[in-house]
Design a protein around this ligand. Structure first.
Ligand code: GLU
Length: 409
């Protein structure tokens, strides 16, 4: 199943519960604007490379559109469209005054020099600068992009439009970025994982966790979960998965990654495959890498009773149905990884007020936003006897529908 079709499936399941008419479904599912641009760049060796970049703006009924920019070799229009629509439901479920968008370029950033990445980024901004802006569409980091890339984007955009750091979030703190933005997605995931345990009457120390993906989300989630006494028994990246049933030394793993930019060679653990990690005998599984990693082909091997979706779209709808039938609790991406966009919102607010929040204020505010979103979703799921995913979609969809009806079509 294609990525956009998968999101549509989740959308329709929730829309059924809301008894949303077909005409409104069509309006809410359809993307407002989809832009595909040519990005011609000169590589370091003098070769001309023609890349394809995308920005999909899904919905702006609740505010300017918001969402990351992904640099990955699997980026295509369908995926960007799916991720853009997820952003609409994500910003709505945590109640940020935003709509949803997403962008990307089909490249493998690991194979490019910093100078090539910078040229590609600036060229891409040349193509899309007119359709982004602080009141229109505010990009941010996603897979394969980081604070440095955001700085280039801001700098290039400002050449056309003048000073306005609120055009982009996830910037370096030295460049109008917010304190706590980098850790925000992983931290939010940790906050929410703890809330789930509280509701289930379980304790972190009795909770073995496997985390797939050790990038921005996985590392910060691992750090917070480890500090909160969860027992992390497996972590992974592209080099493989590292397993120790007695618990991994997470501070050592973080140090290793800082030094080597990969987990490759990380000791004191058994080397297993990413596929084996998913099937480990653990209480909690955190897929925090690519989408569609848990699907019809491997869902029956999953033993975890709690799944926290760090990545966007890691569980395919067929697998989600199996989890629902087997009472496996899935905390959906649109809530589980919403910490990132929440602190992006704080960054945008700070930029617009020329005011800087301290880290405590950011963390406290993040906790407040996510806690109240979690309560809303939990209540909705209890009340309507639906999964947390369907409940989260119901809340998101209903908020967007109301905003759409209030402003007219
Ligand atoms: N890329 C992140 C996400 O998928 C963050 C988006 C943002 O901060 O705008 O939620």
């Amino acid at each position: 199943m294609k990525a956009f079709e998968a999101v549509e499936k989740y959308f329709n399941k929730a829309a059924d519960h809301l008894e949303l008419p077909d005409s409104m479904r069509r309006l809410l599912v359809t993307c407002k604007r989809e832009v595909q641009v040519e990005v011609p760049v000169e590589m370091d060796d003098g070769r001309l490379e023609t890349l394809i970049g995308f920005r999909v703006q899904h919905n702006n009924a609740r505010g300017p559109m918001k969402g990351g920019l992904r640099y990955h070799w699997e980026v295509d229009l369908d995926e960007v469209r799916a991720l853009a629509s997820l952003m609409t439901w994500k910003t709505a479920v945590v109640n940020l005054p935003y709509g949803g968008a997403k962008g990307g370029i089909c490249i493998d950033p690991r194979k490019l020099s910093a100078k090539e990445l910078e040229r590609i980024t600036r060229k891409f901004v040349d193509q899309i600068h007119e359709i982004i802006g602080p009141d229109v569409d505010i990009p941010a980091p996603d897979m394969g992009t980081n604070a440095t890339v955001m700085s280039w984007i801001r700098n290039q955009w400002e050449k056309y439009h003048g000073f306005n750091p609120a055009v982009i979030t996830g910037k370096p703190v030295e460049h109008y970025g917010s304190k706590g933005r980098e850790e925000a997605t992983g931290r939010g995931l940790g906050i929410l994982a703890f809330k789930v345990l509280q509701r289930l009457g379980r304790f972190p120390k009795d909770t073995r966790v496997a985390i797939q993906g050790f990038g921005n989300v996985g590392t910060h989630a691992a750090k917070l979960l480890h500090e909160s006494d969860f027992k992390i028994v497996a972590i992974s990246d592209l080099s493989g998965a590292y397993y120790n049933p007695n618990g991994l030394d997470i501070p050592a793993a973080l140090k290793h990654v800082l030094q080597h930019h990969s987990l490759k060679g990380f000791g004191n653990a058994e080397l297993i495959t990413n596929e084996e990690l998913l099937a480990l005998n653990v209480e909690m599984l955190v897929p925090a890498a690519l989408g569609n990693v848990i699907n019809a082909s491997n869902v029956h091997s999953i033993k975890a009773q709690i799944i926290i979706e760090g990545a966007n779209g890691p569980v395919a709808p067929e697998a989600d149905d199996v989890f629902e039938a087997n009472k496996v609790l899935v905390l959906p991406d649109i809530l589980a990884n919403a910490g990132g966009v929440t602190v992006s919102y704080f960054e945008w607010v700070q930029n617009r007020q020329y005011y800087v929040w301290d880290l405590n204020r950011v963390r406290q505010s993040l906790d407040n936003v996510l806690s109240s979103a979690f309560e809303d979703v939990w209540q909705m799921s209890q009340e309507h006897k639906v999964s947390l995913r369907t409940a989260a979609f119901m809340i998101g969809i209903d908020r967007v529908r109301r905003a759409t009806e209030l402003s007219g079509y």
